[in-house]
Design a protein around this ligand. Structure first.
Ligand code: MRU
Length: 346
């Protein structure tokens, strides 16, 4: 049976957060054992855990690690500790709204249990983090079911970055229909963009789909136009780090270019988005904070220097695909036109 659950990027075990170090894949499988919120902050910042839903899950556990030794004896003092940890973990990466969604959910749970003892509140924080992870697997599977209704056996599917099992509790978002199609005996042909500069497509998507026995072909980012023009792609499916209220979508740098290419070739462009990625507080894509990462990811990205010393580098980690390029956004509640994404939450 095909299962994406063999790859578990985030696990709570005993008293510690266990993370699969994604910077080492696909060559080494190394699990990190984290016991402090500082370690969780660093693992998010340095992409050892990455992908919007996985970042949210890690931050939720990080918040628990940050307050579990709190010496507060009153709700007010405990709330102050929770708020400080929330702000700290929220500073790890700016673009994926799932990070802030998960932190806010933990804060809401603490407020809801305000009449409980500090010991009970600490237990409630861990309980909420575990619930976030459990629900994410179900959410991803449901997104996959909806997306599958838009696909047919035999299609070629192009994806960008890693919106996969490695980015979620299970199945991935954009990869969920690929796992479900495999379970049903369909033969989809997947093209994975390598995804410069950090190569999430080559290192992670190609790896996890190959492990699952899915027909996956790795291409360089600059080959997508050629592959589309050859009629090899019938749908593009990508994930997202944040959907703005007007249906603009932030995702890994290069996604916008893929969307333009898909439109030019008349290929539908679908975005898989859990409700935790939809940010109705952010009016348009222009309002989404875009992370800029160190230039070394480009100048030394493949482990050796590939650019001149002291070259100026611009390295935005995400771009925004404007709503008109998007055929549909698929959430756990259904399939929406981008401009109607607000309905997904009602
Ligand atoms: O920088 P990353 O690897 O965290 O970026 C991840 C992406 O852009 C994914 O496509 C996105 O988070 C969707 S994950 C289901």
């Amino acid at each position: 049976m095909t299962t994406s659950t063999q790859l578990t990027p985030v696990k709570w075990e005993g008293d510690a957060l266990i993370l699969l170090d994604q910077t080492k894949l696909p060559v080494e499988t190394i699990y990190l054992e984290l016991t402090t919120s500082e370690e969780v902050w660093a693992s998010i910042r340095h992409l050892q855990v990455r992908g919007a839903p996985a970042i949210g899950m890690a931050a939720a556990y990080g918040l628990y690690l940050g307050i579990r030794n709190s010496e507060a004896t009153t709700f007010e003092a405990f709330w102050s500790d929770v708020s400080k940890q929330a702000e700290y973990l929220g500073s790890s990466r700016p673009t994926a709204v799932n990070l802030f969604w998960a932190i806010d959910r933990i804060k809401a749970r603490v407020q809801q249990d305000a009449d409980k003892s500090v010991a009970e509140l600490k237990a409630a924080v861990l309980d909420e983090a575990l619930a976030i992870q459990k629900e994410d697997a179900e959410v991803c599977r449901t997104i996959g079911e909806h997306l599958l209704t838009l696909l047919e056996d035999g299609m070629g599917i192009l994806t960008h970055c890693n919106p996969g099992a490695l980015a979620t509790a299970a199945y991935g978002t954009a990869t969920a229909p690929l796992y479900l199609a495999k379970e049903r005996g369909w033969d989809l042909k997947v093209y994975a963009d390598e995804t410069r500069p950090v190569l999430q497509g080559a290192r992670l998507t190609a790896f996890e789909l190959q492990q699952a026995g899915i027909d996956v072909t790795l291409i360089c980012d600059n080959m997508a136009a050629m592959v589309m023009s050859q009629g090899k792609v019938q749908a593009v499916i990508v994930g997202t780090d944040r959907v703005a209220a007007n249906g603009d979508v932030a995702n890994k740098i290069g996604t916008y270019g893929v969307a333009v290419l898909a439109k030019a070739h008349g290929i539908p462009f679908y975005v898989a988005a859990p409700l935790s990625s939809i940010d109705m507080e952010t009016p348009t894509g222009a309002d989404i904070p875009i992370e800029e990462r160190p230039g070394e990811e480009i100048t030394h990205g493949l482990g050796k220097q590939v650019a001149p010393d002291d070259i100026k580098v611009y390295n935005p980690a995400f771009d925004v695909t404007p709503a008109p390029y998007i055929t549909a956004i698929v959430t756990e509640t259904g399939i929406y036109k981008p401009e109607e994404i607000g309905k997904s939450k009602s």
